[in-house]
Design a protein. Structure first.
Length: 108
């Protein structure tokens, strides 16, 4: 069972206000790098869910998220957004396992 939260509506983006690290995988179903990252992300989230990190997914093709993705400059996929207390800590584009792990370690 996955511990990843699928953001379904615009209201779900309230999670970025959490005092815990919130990571959002911005993806599209047709994006091959997104699919590769999704498998890694699911495994990583399940193995590292003891830190209180909110692991989330957001389908950029859902029109409800247009404003959110524009505000966060999501122009390439996959884009991984890191938030804490409503502030963007980092935005990473592409699938780089090493850099992702380093960013999680830095911000957790």
């Amino acid at each position: 069972m996955s511990c990843i939260i699928e953001l379904k509506t615009k209201k779900d983006t309230f999670i970025v206000q959490s005092s815990n690290l919130t990571i959002i995988d911005c993806y599209a179903d047709w994006c091959n790098p997104c699919k590769k990252f999704a498998e890694f992300y699911a495994n990583f989230a399940n193995e590292n869910n003891k830190y209180g990190i909110n692991y989330c997914k957001l389908n950029v093709e859902n029109e409800e998220f247009e404003e959110f993705t524009n505000l966060n400059n999501v122009t390439s996929l996959p884009t991984i957004l890191f938030f804490k207390n409503g502030k963007t800590l980092h935005s990473h584009v592409g699938f780089n396992m090493k850099q992702f792990k380093e960013l999680v370690e830095k911000h957790k």
